[in-house]
Design a protein. Structure first.
Length: 265
């Protein structure tokens, strides 16, 4: 039988088989790629099972342990459970013992461990990654407060707000902020931060003030201009006379200062 040779000296029938084999492999690879792509678009049973169905008794035990550790009441905290599979045997436990690491203050991200018991027998120990958020009836702005605005009663309201990151600085007392000024712009609906507040100075830079002198029974006064803001009993610089001498003075009230140094600076 005569066999036709290819251009490279290989029988044509073998070339055809190899080409068909390569084509078959490519088609198989495309088919598997399509199968995996379609599967990824469908809801996954594993992903659905990852949504935690934590037993109510376990949640109550964890809440009690968290409150005992951080000192807050149940109404002041919110526990967010991360998507973690709950062992089936843990769901049938009759009691739970929660352990929180000694160094953890149970605020913010937290991984606690729950010992799940049934009839005084340990049936499972499960790690519970959660986030503990702290809420308080804090003072929130009702409008945009620009830098150096003085806070009025209508500028704030009390509202339950998450203060996890600013617990030490969130303001809750109305009387402590009304009449004070803000040091930076605060948007409407934001919690007032103690670090962004300051008292309104008695004397502002550029104000004309009266400097009073007293030496025994001799008293005198002169006009001066404040070079900087001043608060009660604070030392500031003022300018005196036409030569604009700089003199240190103590703030007495909103219109009066008394000299500390007699010589010009």
């Amino acid at each position: 039988m005569h066999v036709r040779q290819g251009t490279a000296g290989v029988p044509t029938s073998l070339e055809t088989c190899r080409r068909l084999s390569r084509l078959t492999m490519k088609l198989a690879w495309i088919a598997w790629s399509l199968i995996f792509a379609v599967a990824a678009l469908k809801p996954s049973a594993v992903r659905s099972a990852d949504v935690p169905a934590w037993p109510a008794a376990l949640q109550a035990a964890l809440q009690a342990a968290v409150c005992e550790r951080n000192g807050y009441t149940p109404g002041d905290i919110e526990i967010t459970y991360h998507m973690t599979r709950v062992p089936d045997r843990c769901k049938h436990a009759t009691s739970y013992h929660i352990e929180i690491p000694e160094f953890d203050d149970a605020i913010g991200p937290l991984t606690a461990h729950a010992d799940c018991d049934s009839a005084n027998v340990r049936i499972a120990t499960v790690a519970i990654p959660v986030r503990v958020s702290i809420y308080a009836r804090a003072l929130v702005t009702t409008r945009l407060l620009s830098r150096y605005d003085v806070i009025r009663p209508e500028d704030i309201k009390r509202e339950r707000f998450e203060v996890t990151r600013i617990m030490d600085w969130a303001v809750t007392d109305v009387d402590s902020v009304v009449g004070r000024r803000v040091l930076r712009t605060i948007g409407a609906g934001q919690v007032l931060d103690r670090r962004a507040l300051a008292d309104v100075p008695l004397i502002r830079r550029g104000d004309r003030v009266t400097m009073t002198y007293a030496l025994g029974t001799v008293r005198a006064s002169t006009q001066a201009v404040a070079v900087e803001d001043g608060y009660p009993d604070q030392k500031i610089l003022v300018k005196l006379g036409e030569r604009q001498r700089l003199v240190s003075a103590m703030v007495v009230d909103a219109a009066t200062v008394r000299p500390i140094l007699a010589q010009a600076r």
